[in-house]
Design a protein around this ligand. Structure first.
Ligand code: BDR
Ligand code: CA
Length: 312
């Protein structure tokens, strides 16, 4: 039986690859729906991009829902400097023809978690945690029904990418992250410490392109675009595929290693709002609330990803 998931996302080239990996793996993963949130670009673009990606995968049947337009308590911060004006710059892809669902994403999350058997639905957030936290606040009874949350966000050793102290997804909506990290739901976290190891080197990019399919070429073009930023900033070998670490973990958890530790979210720091204060060294004595990943078998990750994308 495939695992039921909801992908909560702000596409984003790396979100797109994460979605494609999930849709390429129907034996293991059933995508109940995709909920869009404002993040990398405003909501009007993230919900559109989510539909573009479903159509690229040949999966116009996957319902896409539009969610929260702005963080719980702050103005939206976006990342066009990384992802381009559309959020999905790189390949030329047609506008979607599949409809956007009428239901609000938060309503869909709540209804689905109420309907499905308790403990059977995994949430996979790939952007700011606004939709998830809003659903938890509006319907607290759904919280214990969530099987687990596997998310991309935060950093410890890598510290920050949007500020010196904070990773983008957590920085955009720290109040939402605080709710999710304090929810008691089992969390698996893919921080920058891991995702900065998932680098699309020229050889890995050539392997995507070499698939010779529409999806393979589109993914190569997305990572071509997206790599400019990280190459210039970090001097790295290529684009980090942050969000696909989440879907790869569902397929092959043995690719990742980490520690089950306490992670708190800084919401007030003068310089550090959105920091994930991760007790990696076990100095606080606080109870663990997250499996916080630290390392990745990058070659194994790219073998899996390339093979699966080749199925679309
Ligand atoms: C995260 O921020 C976004 O720019 C990416 O899509 C990823 O989810 C990395 O910090
Ligand atoms: Ca994202």
């Amino acid at each position: 039986m495939p695992r039921k998931i909801i992908i909560d996302t702000d596409p984003g080239q790396d979100d797109a690859v994460a979605i494609l990996l999930a849709l390429a793996s129907p034996d293991e993963i059933e995508v109940l729906g995709i909920t869009a949130v404002a993040g990398n670009v405003p909501l009007a673009l993230t919900q559109k991009n989510a539909r573009i990606v479903c159509e690229l995968a040949g999966r116009a049947d996957v319902p896409v829902f539009s969610g929260c337009e702005r963080p719980l308590k702050r103005a939206l911060v976006t990342a066009e400097h990384v992802h381009g004006k559309t959020g999905l710059d790189g390949p030329v892809l047609p506008d979607p023809t599949m409809p956007l669902q009428d239901t609000h994403a938060v309503e869909f999350l709540i209804r689905t978690l109420r309907r499905e058997p308790a403990g059977s639905v995994t949430l996979c957030p790939l952007g700011p945690l606004t939709n998830i936290a809003t659903a938890m606040m509006a319907a607290p009874e759904i919280v214990p029904r969530i099987a687990q949350i596997v998310l991309m966000g935060g950093a410890y050793f890598e510290v920050g990418n949007i500020t010196p102290a904070a990773e983008f997804n957590i920085h955009v909506d720290p109040e939402a992250a605080e709710i999710v990290f304090g929810s008691g739901v089992p969390l698996t976290v893919m921080p920058l410490d891991v995702t900065h190891k998932a680098l699309v080197t020229p050889a890995r990019n050539a392997a995507f392109r070499g698939l010779g399919t529409r999806v393979g070429v589109a993914v190569a073009e997305m990572t071509d675009f997206f790599e400019r930023f990280d190459k210039a900033k970090y001097g790295s070998d290529g684009a980090p595929l942050h969000d696909p670490c989440v879907t790869a973990y569902l397929l092959k958890p043995e690719l990742f290693t980490g520690r089950h530790i306490n992670v708190e979210i800084e919401t007030e720091g003068r310089f550090t709002a959105g920091m994930t204060v991760a007790d990696w060294w076990g100095v606080t004595g606080k109870a663990p609330n997250a499996m916080f990943m630290g390392d990745l078998d990058a070659d194994g990750f790219f073998v899996l990803l390339t093979e699966r994308l080749g199925r679309l």
